[in-house]
Design a protein around this ligand. Sequence first.
Ligand code: NAD
Length: 357
Amino acid sequence: MSQSVLLLPGDGIGPEIVTEAEKVLRKVNEKFNLGLSFESGLVGGAAIDATGGPLPDETMERAQKVDAILLGAVGSPKWDNLKMELRPEKGLLGLRSGLQLFANLRPAILYPQLASASSLKPEVVSGLDILIVRELTGGIYFGQPRGVRTLENGDRQGFNTYIYSESEIRRIGRVAFEAAQQRNGKLCSVDKANVLEVTVLWREVMNELAQEYPDVELTHMYVDNAAMQLVRAPKQFDVIVTGNMFGDILSDEAAMLTGSIGMLPSASMNAEKQGMFEPCHGSAPDIAGQGIANPLATILSAAMMLRYSLNAEDAALAIEAAVSRVLDQGLRTADIMSPDGRRVSTAEMGEAVLAAL
Ligand code: NAD
């Protein structure tokens, strides 16, 4: 059955890195006979310049029809003076909410070849491979009521509501259990069940779900301990599942264990397994157009797309192995340069991955 991919290069280094990822996707499409078709569209500043808005109707309509989206990055100082609702970032948020992308998957992988890039000791992080599954459309970031009010005595009070329904917990839980099944079968659910009732329910629902996934070993950890364990002994984790706010914080912490922003992919998925895949970094306007950006985070995002939305695990593994081989060869873009590395451009890095495939 043919599957379709929408490429949204966006702004800054976006077009440069998506070009390389597209070449890699076309190569595995041929090699593994995946039957993928590709189309591209406008989002962010590029869409503002062409159409006046960051998320044209045409882009949204196409996004709703395709099986998966590969996004570069949006934003640049050029559009920073526009009103909030017209800014490039609104294009991204519009896609996330319009497609109901409730599950955010962020791997933190440290290739052994890049162990010196981390601020932790190489033996603590070398070979690190964690996946954080964060609930993205609920929890305290969206709960009602919220606001700032003034009490009768004149004291001002800020308040938010930390709320999760059983069905919301169950659907993110399923994504995490299934991800653990595809990896090493270990899932750690992070909560604050000693203090917050909402996470008592979270823990209960995770335990219920565990009955359906006997091949996955479920453990629980309080969020304060999880923050500590991530820097003490991060390799104890396989998959971590948690709510929106805890996930926001822990996924950045885990990402930075690897020390190199140009290497980190991410996925945001909905209930139909349709997903938007993008590097964790932004549009890097400071280096845009110079041909020096690292395309590997985007290429690894393409691998995630094959694994999670397009049911092509072999092709995903082949891309990841090719990236590892290229690093073994000592090829480095400027952001991951090491004393013994050979510096290459964006396009040379993309070509090297193609050759390794
Ligand atoms: P950034 O991630 O774009 O850049 C931070 C630093 O990392 C810069 O020095 C940049 O040169 C470097 N860097 C980032 N990606 C790199 C890569 N692939 N290769 C080599 N170096 C890389 O973050 P920022 O500077 O805070 O934001 C720049 C713009 O990107 C802003 O307009 C911001 O709103 C936007 N942004 C977009 C997204 C997104 O599209 N998902 C995410 C974050 C920021």
